[in-house]
Design a protein around this ligand. Structure first.
Ligand SMILES: [Zn+2]
Length: 187
């Protein structure tokens, strides 16, 4: 039984999934292995092969039955990870056309509205409210959503300008619009 157990002793199963990394690759946060798109497909195929092997075992064996179920679950798990990764790049390429940031003095927050030119992907961020505190803004810089990271970058920029002006006794602007040419490629 347990084709995976044998494999598991030498190979990481990437149990926490894979994360999109630079250069279009995907990285396991546990073992650090980096796979390209073909590598991920191969990884799914390996699980399918292991499952087929498990299915060829004695049908009456209870342990073999458990191994079969386990193998099937692993196939589903890897496929789900692959599908999710395949969906990420499309969201990532939807670069906003414009980001509007409005400082709300009373609430001490920045309200951000994001405008997209192209038909945006379902689930794209459209509005974000961030506390006007550098710590919170910096926290968003490591958000899993690349659009949120981009917004955080711009809020940080605007926040720095406002802080500087306020510190000099000047009136800081309450709003700022960032156009596409001021936004780096998302990803
Ligand atoms: Zn791994």
């Amino acid at each position: 039984m347990g084709v995976y157990m044998v494999e598991g002793t030498k190979n990481c199963l990437h149990l926490e999934g894979l994360r999109a990394a630079s250069g279009g690759s995907y990285r396991c946060p546990v073992c650090g292995e980096s796979l390209d798109g073909g590598g991920v497909a191969e990884w799914v195929r390996e699980a399918e092969e292991a499952r087929d092997e498990a299915y060829s075992l004695d049908k009456g064996d209870r342990f073999a039955e458990i191994a079969r179920q386990e193998a099937q679950r692993e196939v589903y798990r890897r496929r789900r990870i692959m599908y999710e990764l395949e969906n990420v790049p499309r969201v990532v390429t939807t670069r906003p056309e414009m980001i509007l940031i409005i400082h709300d003095a009373e609430a001490a927050t920045y309200g951000c509205r994001i405008f997209y030119k192209e038909p945006r992907q379902a689930g794209s961020v459209e509005q974000v409210s961030v506390a006007a505190v550098l710590e919170t803004i910096l926290e968003l810089r490591s958000d899993p959503d690349p659009i949120v990271r981009l917004i955080a970058e711009k809020v940080e920029e605007f926040h720095a300008v406002r802080e500087k002006l306020t510190g000099e006794g000047e009136t800081a602007p309450g709003r700022r619009v960032f156009y596409a040419n001021e936004l780096r490629a998302v990803g």
